[in-house]
Design a protein around this ligand. Structure first.
Ligand SMILES: [Zn+2]
Length: 106
């Protein structure tokens, strides 16, 4: 390899490094916005849980809009019980005793 070839190879190498660096920066930026979005969603989730807690405490046990909303969520295939709240029920058909307790208690 003569000097000329060596310099060309180094030019290529530094060019590739610049491209890679730009890619890393783009990934960092992307990750930053995902982390930020995640934080916003976690805060939102906390607020909604808090609000749900208030609604559950102030809503009478019998009937009501809250009960209907919970039932809809349950029928959509999600747990509404405190143990598994918000998690997908493994099998939509499978009954959850804790959820049923909430939905059908007097
Ligand atoms: Zn459940």
């Amino acid at each position: 390899m003569d000097k000329r070839q060596l310099f060309d190879a180094l030019d290529d190498f530094s060019q590739n490094l610049l491209v890679t660096l730009a890619e890393v920066e783009a990934i960092k930026k992307n990750l930053k916005s995902i982390v930020e979005e995640n934080t916003v969603l976690r805060l939102e989730n906390d607020k909604l849980r808090e609000r749900l807690g208030e609604v559950e405490r102030t809503t009478p046990n019998k009937g009501g809009q809250g009960r209907e909303n919970l039932e809809r969520i349950y029928l959509d295939g999600f747990h509404i019980c405190t143990d598994f709240y918000g998690q997908r029920r493994d099998n939509d058909e499978e009954e959850c005793a804790f959820c049923n307790e909430l939905l059908f208690r007097e």
